[in-house]
Design a protein around this ligand. Structure first.
Ligand SMILES: NC(=O)c1ccc[n+]([C@@H]2O[C@H](COP(=O)([O-])OP(=O)(O)OC[C@H]3O[C@@H](n4cnc5c(N)ncnc54)[C@H](O)[C@@H]3O)[C@@H](O)[C@H]2O)c1
Length: 663
C-alpha cells in the first residue's frame, strides 16, 4: 500500500521572504455555514490530531486572505526547478512533471509565489500547499502504469491505467453551467473546491514571459504590416507603441517591441514589477515622469533606435498626455489584467498601487466605482487618438468588455450589446487568428529538463534546421526568431524555448528532438504549448473570436482537443475554465509530452501532436475560415489515414436573393 499524506508533526511556520510580492486579499465571500465547510475541507489534508492546532490558523488565513493557502506547508525559501535527474521518482515522467511544477512556482517566475499564483493576477498552479505536497509525493511514486488524477489542484488519487495513457490528467475550475460565473466561482474557490488555473499555471507549462514574447513580437510585426503597410521584409523601425503592464504576460511587450525594432512605452503602476523586468534585461530604461518618457521615446524614434521604456505610473496619465500634447502614436494596446478588473487587475487613475490595494480590501464598491470611471476615461482618450490615426487593438485582456461593463455602451459595435463585437479590433480576431491559428501556427514550446544551456542551444539549432524560411512569411518570422533567440536572452527560470510552428513543423521538430534524446545528444525534453493556441481554447472574445458560424459560443473544440490528447497518450493533459478572459468566458486546455527517445514516443508525436493542432484546423475550416480550409485541404492531400470534412461555401448573393424574397 502507498503511504501518501502530510507529516504527523506541524512544519515550522515559514518566514515570508521580504520583497517577494504577495497576492492581495479580495475579500472573503463566504457565509458562516460556508466558512465551516471551507475549514472542514482544508482539514481533510491534515492528520486529525493536529486539527485543533491548525484550524484557528486556517480560519485566520480565510478571513484575512480570502482563501486557505496552508502557508505552513510551503517548503522554505525559493522553490527552484532542478535538473530532472535530481528529483525522486519511479519513472521519468514523474520527475519531469515535478520540474514543470517547481518552475511555475519559483520566485523568478511566479507572480505571487506564496499564493501559488504563476501569472495573470489569479492563475494558480494548485489551490494550496497541502495539495502541492501530496502531488509531489504522488509524482515520486508514479509508475508507467498509473495515472494521477487532479481536480482543481486536488490530487484525487493515483489509478492503474496503462503505459500509453497520460501520466497526469488534470482539470481546473470546470463549473456546472448555471454556476459558471465569477460570483459562484469565488465562493467555490474560497471553499477550497475550485482552482482558477488560468492557462499554463494550472497546466504546469508556463515558461516565464518568454512564452509570450514570441506571440507579442508576431502580433506587433503583423499589426505594423496590416495597419501601417510596413513591408513584410522590414521591421518596426521608427514606430512608437504605447501600452501598459509589465506583469506575467504583459512583461513581454517591452522585449518584443525592441526585438521588432520599434520604440515602446509601457506604463506600470507596480514598481516591483518594473524592477523585475529591468533586472532581467527585458526593458531598457525606466522613466518616472510622463515628460521624460516622451522626450526619450521621441528622440529614439527620430534616430530609428529600438528601445523600450517602462513608465512608472498609470497608463491613463500617458493617454491624457498624448491627447493634450498631440503626440503621434502609431500602434497601441493595453495589457492591464482587465479579465480580473474588480479583483485588483486594473488600477484606476489617481490611486497609487498600494492605495488601490488598500481600497480593494476595505471598500470593494468604492474600488469598483473608481475602476469604472478610470476605464471610461481611458476609452475616451484612446478613441480620440484613434480618430487622429493611432491603431489600437484589444490584447485579449477583456479591456473592451470591461469598458462596456463599466457602462460605456458606445464601445460595442451596435452601441447596445456585445453580440456584434466592439469598435476596435482585437488581436486574435484580426491578427493572430487569420494570420497564425487558421494555418495551424501556434505557441509550441519545449523545456530542456537537464537544465543545461548547451541542450537549449542544440535544440534551437535543430528546430531552425526544420523550418523553411521561404515557405511563408510566418515561417520567415519564426526562423528569424529562433535564429536570434539565444542572443535575445529570453530565458527566465528553466531552460525553455517558445517557437511558433504549424502542425507539420511541430511534428518535424518533435521527431528530430526525440531522435536527439535517443542518441544522447541532449537530455530528456518536455514539449508543450500555451493553451492560447489553434485548438486548445474556445473563447469567443479571444482565441475563437474569428469564428463566425455561430459556434464561437460552443466549447466542444477545447473538450475534444483534451479528450483526443488523453486518448493518444500525451504525458499530461489539462482542461481548464476561464484562462485569460475570466471564469465562464472560455474553456482551455493544454498538454505536456515527455520526449524520452523511445519509439513509442515517436508514435505519440505522430498521432497526438498532430491531432493537437489539426482538430482546431478542422473546426476552423468548418467555420468557413479561408486559410483553415486551405490548410485542411492540404492536410487531406498528404494524409492516408485521416480526413477533414470540408465545407461547401454558399454563394452570398444566392442567400441574399432568397432571404430578400422571404416573407
Ligand atoms: N500577452 C499576451 O499575449 C496576452 C494574451 C492574452 C491575454 N493577455 C492578457 O493580458 C493581461 C495581462 O496579463 P499578465 O499576465 O501580464 O497580468 P499581470 O496581472 O501579471 O500584469 C498586468 C500588469 O498591469 C499593471 N497595471 C494594472 N493597472 C494598471 C494601470 N492602470 N496602469 C499601468 N499599469 C497597470 C499591473 O500592476 C500588472 O503588473 C491579462 O488580462 C491577460 O489575460 C495577454
Amino acid at each position: 500500500m502507498l503511504k501518501i499524506g502530510l507529516p504527523d508533526n506541524l512544519p515550522e511556520y515559514p518566514e515570508f521572504v521580504k520583497g517577494i510580492r504577495r497576492a492581495p486579499s479580495r475579500g472573503m465571500p463566504l457565509n458562516k455555514n460556508q466558512i465551516k465547510i471551507a475549514l472542514k475541507n482544508a482539514l481533510r489534508y491534515i492528520p486529525k490530531h493536529l486539527h485543533n492546532q491548525i484550524a484557528p490558523e486556517f480560519l485566520e488565513e480565510l478571513i484575512t486572505r480570502g482563501k486557505i493557502y496552508g502557508y505552513r506547508y510551503r517548503p522554505y525559501g525559493d522553490i527552484k526547478p532542478k535538473p530532472v535527474d535530481q528529483y525522486e521518482g519511479k519513472c521519468l515522467a514523474g520527475k519531469a512533471l515535478q520540474v514543470m511544477i517547481d518552475n511555475n512556482l519559483s520566485f523568478d517566475i511566479a507572480l505571487y509565489p506564496y499564493e501559488l499564483v504563476t501569472y495573470g493576477e489569479t492563475g494558480q498552479v494548485m489551490q494550496n500547499w497541502m495539495q502541492y505536497r501530496l502531488i509531489k509525493q504522488y509524482l515520486e511514486n508514479l509508475t508507467e502504469d498509473q495515472t494521477l488524477v487532479i481536480q482543481s489542484g486536488h490530487p484525487l488519487g493515483l489509478f492503474l491505467s496503462k503505459k500509453d495513457a497520460p501520466r497526469v490528467i488534470s482539470t481546473n475550475g470546470l463549473m456546472v453551467g448555471m454556476f459558471d460565473n465569477p460570483k459562484d466561482f469565488a465562493v467555490a474557490a474560497a471553499m477550497g473546491v475550485a482552482n482558477y488555473g488560468q492557462m499554463t499555471a494550472g497546466g504546469w507549462m508556463y515558461i516565464g514571459p518568454q512564452g509570450i514574447v514570441h506571440g507579442t513580437y508576431i502580433t506587433l510585426l503583423n499589426a505594423g504590416r496590416l495597419y501601417l503597410n510596413v513591408p513584410a521584409n522590414t521591421n518596426l523601425k521608427g514606430i512608437l507603441y504605447l501600452s501598459s503592464g509589465l506583469g506575467g504576460m504583459s512583461g513581454a511587450q517591452a522585449k518584443a517591441i525592441e526585438i521588432a525594432g520599434g520604440v515602446g512605452i509601457i506604463a506600470e503602476v507596480d514598481y516591483s514589477r518594473i524592477e523585475t523586468r529591468y533586472n532581467q534585461g527585458w526593458v531598457s530604461l525606466i522613466c518616472k515622469t510622463v515628460e521624460e518618457t516622451f522626450e526619450t521615446a521621441l528622440k529614439a524614434k527620430k534616430e530609428g533606435k529600438a528601445i523600450s521604456i517602462a513608465y512608472f505610473g498609470n497608463v491613463v496619465d500617458l493617454w491624457e498626455y498624448v491627447v493634450n500634447n498631440n503626440i503621434r502614436i502609431e500602434l497601441a494596446s493595453d495589457q492591464t489584467s482587465c479579465h480580473a478588473v474588480y479583483e485588483g487587475g486594473y488600477i484606476p487613475q489617481g490611486l497609487k498601487f498600494e492605495e488601490a490595494r488598500e481600497l480593494l480590501e476595505k471598500d470593494q464598491n468604492k474600488f469598483k466605482e473608481y475602476v469604472d470611471q478610470s476605464l471610461k476615461k481611458q476609452f475616451k482618450l484612446i478613441k480620440e487618438m484613434v480618430n487622429r490615426g493611432t491603431y489600437f487593438w484589444d490584447y485579449g485582456n477583456s479591456f473592451m468588455k470591461a469598458v462596456f461593463d463599466a457602462g460605456e455602451k458606445s464601445i460595442a459595435k451596435n452601441g447596445i450589446d456585445t453580440s456584434e463585437g466592439f469598435i476596435f479590433p482585437s488581436y486574435v480576431e484580426h491578427i493572430m487568428g487569420p494570420i497564425c491559428f487558421d494555418y495551424g501556427y501556434g505557441p509550441f514550446r519545449w523545456v530542456c529538463l537537464s537544465g543545461k544551456d548547451e541542450d537549449l542551444r542544440k535544440t534551437d539549432l535543430a528546430a531552425m534546421s526544420c523550418i523553411d524560411p521561404n515557405r511563408r512569411a510566418q515561417d520567415r518570422d519564426n526562423y528569424n526568431w529562433i535564429k536570434d533567440a539565444e542572443k535575445n536572452r529570453l530565458v527566465v527560470g528553466t531552460k525553455a524555448r517558445i517557437l511558433y510552428a504549424d502542425e507539420e513543423g511541430r511534428v518535424k521538430i518533435a521527431l528530430k528532438f526525440n531522435e536527439m534524446v535517443k542518441n544522447k545528444e541532449v537530455g530528456p525534453i518536455m514539449l508543450g504549448r500555451d493553451h492560447h493556441d489553434v485548438s486548445g481554447t474556445d473563447s469567443p472574445f479571444r482565441e475563437t473570436a474569428n469564428i463566425y458560424d455561430g459556434s464561437n459560443v460552443m466549447a466542444e473544440m477545447a473538450v475534444h482537443c483534451f479528450a483526443g490528447n488523453c486518448a493518444r497518450g500525451m504525458t499530461l493533459a489539462v482542461l481548464s475554465n476561464g484562462g485569460g478572459v475570466g471564469i465562464g468566458k472560455s474553456f482551455n486546455g493544454g498538454f505536456g509530452l515527455l520526449l524520452d527517445g523511445s519509439e513509442e514516443t515517436d508514435k505519440i508525436i505522430k498521432s497526438a501532436l498532430s491531432w493537437d493542432v489539426i482538430g482546431g484546423i478542422a473546426r476552423r475550416a468548418w467555420a468557413r475560415n479561408e486559410h483553415a480550409i486551405e490548410t485542411a485541404i492540404n492536410y487531406n492531400s498528404r494524409e492516408i489515414y485521416s480526413n477533414i470534412t470540408i465545407p461547401q461555401i454558399a454563394d452570398d448573393k444566392l442567400i441574399d436573393d432568397i432571404i430578400g424574397n422571404f416573407k
